[in-house]
Design a protein around this ligand. Structure first.
Ligand code: GDP
Length: 442
């Protein structure tokens, strides 16, 4: 059993999502971090090693550490918020382990929308870097999604440096870095000086996760865990409006909801509104910090929570609904104007185009009803005439209409609820920001 220090709730809560191509080593790294920070003890790890050996999957045992909390989970209910966590003296970290497989990408959007920091795991092993990054791997799509859903800082972990094809070779590290950097800067939009940090590591041996390694004298920066501890506080202030986007819900002797508190503070007994329906008044009966499932009476921004609510049935809630305080409700509607960038789409896009909108934790059918103007990517200049269509790599301002009423804000007012992606046929085709909410029958 993992025990949480009594002051855990006082520490800053940071959510870290591991992204990257399948088999890059995300779970191994996350598992090893839990071991190194004392969240998994030697005996448990031995057990996993044996279990893995039986299944001829010896090298996978570290990633099983991530399943520890899964075993303890509430009656087998899939709790997507914070599967695992670790603590340092300074901070509390929730690990969001996003599966790398293509069909999981929509799932990753929900998880990444909870994250403050993304750790992009890259395999340096010969051939694997190439598959993950260049040949239609998930590396690129994940990085774009992470940025789109509001991750503020990205750490690029060049992993598998221990592999015989790499052997801590500085040139291989630089080769990966040089290929990734222009992409992260130009295509994704991270600022290399402020938002991106590269480091080498081995998830398997644990080198450069907590302690520096002698095998790698050319890297002079901090290892991963100490580096995470140095990052400035990401979270909004306590006195903002209450905004808790619902990630999941279920019924267990009452209505339970899960999500990350993006802004404001919540206490036990407080009355809140479940938007988009302003008549849905609910009361917070119980409040738990996740994933340790520790009861609390007060929660602050950045914390992953489980709440038991009175006044609403589970069936009345959808993921993407938002808990707000009555004095300051979020906006709700169907129609909005947005600036979008077409990332990947083979044919042209015309008014009437249907896609799936992913905005904070909400997923909804959407139609592009009007194309308003094209926007020049460099000068931001708008076209004088309405375009008849848009195509890949163009930016434009469009009017969108969702099938049902959703909660959203303009990007300027509340970035976490004002940025989105559009997906179609299993691909992320565009990303965008909400510019204006359009009242119905405008
Ligand atoms: P994920 O799909 O990104 O979560 O990748 P996994 O953590 O499941 O790892 C995929 C495979 O790569 C497993 O066989 C791991 O043992 C192996 N692997 C992960 N990290 C390292 C590493 O640092 N060095 C080596 N040599 N192998 C690794």
């Amino acid at each position: 059993m993992v025990t949480t220090p009594p002051d855990a709730a006082r520490k800053e809560h940071v959510s870290v999502v591991f992204i990257g191509h399948v088999d890059a080593g995300k779970s191994t790294i996350a598992g090893h971090i839990m071991y190194l920070t004392g969240m998994v003890d030697d005996r448990t790890l031995e057990k996993y090693k044996e279990k893995a050996k039986e299944k001829n999957r010896e090298s996978w045992y570290l990633s099983w550490a991530l399943d520890i909390n899964e075993e303890e989970r509430d009656k087998g209910k899939t709790v997507e918020v914070g599967r695992a966590y670790f603590e340092t003296e300074k901070k509390h970290y929730n690990i969001l382990d996003a599966p790398g497989h293509k069909s999981y990408v929509p799932n990753m959007i929900g998880e990444a929308s909870q994250a403050d920091v993304a750790v992009l795991v890259i395999s340096a092993r010969k051939g694997e870097f190439e598959t993950g990054f260049e040949k239609g791997g998930q590396t690129q799509e994940h990085a774009i999604l992470a940025k789109t859903v509001g991750v503020k800082h990205i750490i690029v972990l060049i992993n598998k440096m221990d592999d015989p094809t790499v052997d801590w070779c500085h040139e291989r590290y630089e080769e990966c870095k040089e290929k990734l950097l222009p992409f992260l800067k130009r295509k994704v939009g991270f600022n290399p000086k402020k938002d991106i940090h590269f480091m080498p590591c081995s998830g398997l041996t644990g080198a450069n996760l907590k302690e520096p390694t002698k095998q790698c004298t050319w890297y002079t920066g901090l290892p991963l865990i100490p580096y995470l501890d140095t990052l400035a506080n990401f979270n909004a202030s306590n006195d903002g409006p209450v905004r808790l986007p619902i990630l999941d819900k279920y019924n267990d002797r009452g209505t339970i909801v899960l999500g990350k508190l993006e802004s404001g503070s919540i206490c036990k007994g407080q009355q809140l509104i479940m938007m988009p329906n302003s008549k849905h008044v609910v009361e917070v009966l119980d409040l738990y910090h996740m994933p340790q499932d520790e009861e609390t009476v007060h929660a602050t921004p950045g914390e992953n929570l489980r709440l038991r609510l009175k006044g609403i049935e589970e069936g009345e809630i959808l993921p993407g609904f938002i808990l707000c305080n009555a004095e300051n409700l979020c906006h709700a509607g169907c129609t909005f104007d947005a600036r979008i960038e077409i990332l990947e789409h083979k044919s042209i896009i015309c008014p009437g185009y249907n896609a799936v909108l992913y905005i904070h934790t909400c997923v909804e059918d959407v139609q592009i009803t009007n194309l308003i103007c094209l926007v020049d990517k460099k000068s931001s200049e708008k076209s004088k005439t309405r375009p008849r269509f848009v195509k890949q790599d163009q930016e434009c301002i469009v009017r969108l209409r969702t099938a049902r009423v959703i909660c959203l804000e303009t990007f300027r007012d509340f970035p976490q609820m004002g940025r989105f992606t559009l997906r179609d046929e299993g691909k992320t085709i565009a990303r965008g920001i909400v510019l204006k909410l359009v009242p119905e029958r405008d």
